[in-house]
Structure formats: C-alpha cells, structure tokens
Design a protein around this ligand. Structure first.
Ligand code: GLA
Length: 404
C-alpha cells in the first residue's frame, strides 16, 4: 500500500513545527558554540552566603567575611572568591531598568564592596537567575542579559552564579548562552557558574555557553545522606570535567552544624577528589578550629587543584565501603576509602589503582593524620574505617616528593 503523498506546503509546515522541539537544547542552539573563557584553570575556591545565611545578608557580612578569609588563613590556602548569593537586589530595577542593590542592606552599593574585597587581594562574586525572577523572587536577568552583565562588569564583579528559577520553561541552553555572550561582550573576566541543577545535563553544553562550572544536582543539605546522594550522581559524568569546565556538586556545608567533624572531613575529601569547586558555605568569622583545619587542609586542597586528566571516580564498592581514586598529574593517585555506613575494613591494591609494579614500591601518605606508610607494589593499601568517615591517601612512588 502506498503512503499518501504530502504536499510541499504540508511538509514545510511539519518541519517548522518539529524544528524548535529538536533544536532547543541541541548543541549550538541559536548560534555557534562560544569560546571557552579561561577563568577557572583549576576549580574555583571561595565562599558563598547561601548555605549559612540565606537571605540574611548585608554589606557588613560580606566585608567581614573577606576579612575573615584573610585572617583565618583561607586566602593563604587558596580561597579567592567572596560570593553574594540570592537576595542582594532591591525589589525593583531602577528607572533606567538596571539592577540595583537593596538600599538598606547594601547602602554603599556593590562597586564599593567590590573595591573593598579587591583591596584584600580577593574577588567578588554575585548572583542572578536565567529567569524572570530569582528563586527568592527578586528581579533576575532573563531578557536583561546585556544590561545586567554590563552592570556587573562596571561594578567590578569577578564571578556570576546564574540560577534557574522562574525560567518560563524556555530552553536552558539558549538562556545560559545569552548570558555567556553578554559576559564575554563586557571584556571583563568573570567566572560563569551555571546553577541549572543538572536538569538539562549541562555537562554536555556548559562549555559551549562559556560556562566554567555547572551544578550537577539540586541543592545540598547539611546532612550525611545528602552528601552521599550527590556523590552518587558524580561518577557517571566524571569525564566531562576538566580545566575551565568543572562539574559542581554544590557548595560546601563544612562547619554548618548538621554533621560531625568526621562527616565534614569526608565531605571535603570527596569534593576534593571530584575536583569540585571548593566554595565554603559557613560563617568564616566564627568557625571552630576543627572547621578551619578542614577547610585549610593544604594536602587535600592540592588534590582538588591537581588535574591529572580525570576527575576522581569510584573504583570499587563492598557493601557500605567504597574506594574512590583520582590520577594525579605526577602519575600518583589520590585515594579515598569511604565508609558510608557503620564502618569496617577495606583495601585496594596498587594494581587496582592502575600503578605499575616498581621495585622501590610506593608510599601512602594519609592527608588528615599526615602519617606515611610504605606499600610494596604487590601489597594492598588497607585500613579500618569508623562510621561515616574517610581516610584519604596520596600514593606516590617511594623516593618521589613526599616519599620516605
Ligand atoms: C537555588 C540554588 C541555591 C541558591 C538558592 C537561592 O535553590 O540552587 O544554590 O542559590 O537558589 O535562592
């Protein structure tokens, strides 16, 4: 039976109807891919107001946070960005249609704040949404991209976190691309952080909208199950991360009170193994010595900042015990032994880590106790773990840096 022939006009109509559905999130939708902007050769490090303070923010908090970042050794450990999240805006744009800060909470404006943060050798980040309003219902940047990027650049902003609320169901790639283009047009280097919650798989298109990092999930909570839930979503997308384009498993909860210090050490170690942006989310002004020691552990931070060609990933799972590993650029391995549940014994061989047999063997240095132990090439790195904890090792050829 032959099919009925469609008229050329009907065919054209069909194509026109089908095209937007196919093209909306397709690579290069609405224009060619944008060039990668080299603002994040390593995962960005800094602080953001949301996890601890929500909407209770003002310019004093931001200034004091910058002071604390310097005073408590975080700047020295590599933290740079002081990022203001939602709720900084006035409820309405100004007469010229530009975003303006809340006049009561930010009376001296964002430019003065940026100048202050810059005077400390730090950088200022700001927040908007690729929607008609932010998640807390403040004015946002959809269809105002050029004006808002120009405003941010004029204020001296260095980083934009760009959320996804109130997006009117318009295609994500086009919304984020519009801001990527607008940021580029300012000629000011600004890290572009896509906060799209992983809904449209931004690891596939984040780079082509000039994104430097992209959230992979919904919001983190200050609870152990939330850390594990987010962790489990990172393994399958590890291959999309790399210099200037990072998977973002969300900001840190270290020090916010909902988990034990042991759990926070695990959270921080795992995020470092994932080459995650390390954006602290606690009150830096009043953190405990234990919180500070976690956030400024330079050995763990060095793993986060090292790009050995691959984000860390899960190597094996034995019930509630897991081994995660990440190649380091000098050929060694960062290894996290993780106890998701009550604890137990787990080990990993040098062979499983992909390390070649070598007569001198290896040295494993634990990055929280700083204790080193030799491991022969044929032996296993083995440890007992308590509940909800990690041990984190750097495994290197004996005799190399750190090898003893
Ligand atoms: C969303 C984001 C959060 C935070 C809030 C602010 O939920 O995912 O990280 O920015 O909005 O309202």
């Amino acid at each position: 039976m032959s099919r009925p022939r469609r008229s050329p006009l009907a065919l054209l109509l069909l194509l026109a109807l089908a095209a937007p559905a196919v093209a909306q999130n397709a690579p290069g939708a609405h224009g060619p891919p944008l060039a990668v902007r080299p603002m994040a050769p390593t995962p960005p490090m800094g602080w953001n107001s949301w996890n601890k303070f929500g909407c209770q923010i003002d310019e004093a908090l931001i200034r004091e946070t910058a002071d604390a970042m310097v005073a408590h050794g975080m700047k020295a450990a590599g933290y740079r960005y002081v990022n203001i999240d939602d709720c900084w805006m006035a409820k309405a744009r100004d007469a010229a249609g530009n975003l303006q800060p809340d006049p009561v909470r930010f009376p001296h404006g964002i430019k003065a704040l940026a100048d202050y943060v810059h005077s400390k050798g730090l950088k200022l980040g700001i927040y908007s949404s690729a929607g008609t309003a932010t998640c807390q219902n403040f004015p946002a940047s959809l269809d105002h991209e050029t004006a808002d990027a120009t405003t941010f650049a004029a204020w001296g902003v260095d980083y934009l976190k760009y959320d996804n609320c109130n997006n009117e169901k318009r295609p994500a790639l086009a919304r984020y691309r519009a801001m990527g283009l607008a940021l580029r047009a300012t000629n000011r280097p600004m890290v572009f952080s896509l906060c799209e919650w992983g809904e449209n798989h931004p690891w596939h298109w984040g780079r082509e909208v000039a994104g430097n990092l992209w959230r992979t999930t919904g919001d983190i909570e200050d609870k152990w199950p939330s850390v594990l839930k987010i962790l489990d979503r990172q393994d399958s997308i590890a291959r999309f991360a790399g210099p200037n384009g990072w998977n973002d498993p969300d900001m840190l909860e270290v020090g916010n009170g909902g988990m034990s210090d042991t759990e926070y050490r695990a959270h921080f170690s795992l995020w470092a193994l994932l080459n995650a942006p390390l954006i602290a989310g606690n009150d830096l002004r009043s953190m405990s010595p234990a919180t500070r020691a976690i956030l400024t552990n330079r050995d763990v931070i060095a793993v986060d900042q090292d790009w050995g060609g691959r984000q860390g990933s899960r190597l094996k799972r034995e019930g509630d015990l897991e081994v995660w590993s990440k190649p380091m650029k000098d050929g060694g391995r960062a290894v996290v032994l993780l106890s998701r549940g009550d604890g137990g014994q787990i080990g990993v061989t040098m062979q499983e880590l992909g390390l070649p047999r070598r007569s001198g063997g290896y040295v494993a240095r634990e990055l929280w106790t700083h204790a080193s132990e030799p491991v022969t090439a044929a032996a296993e790195l083995h440890a007992g773990l308590s509940g909800h904890s990690v041990l984190m090792f750097l495994v290197e050829p004996a005799g190399a840096r750190g090898g003893r």
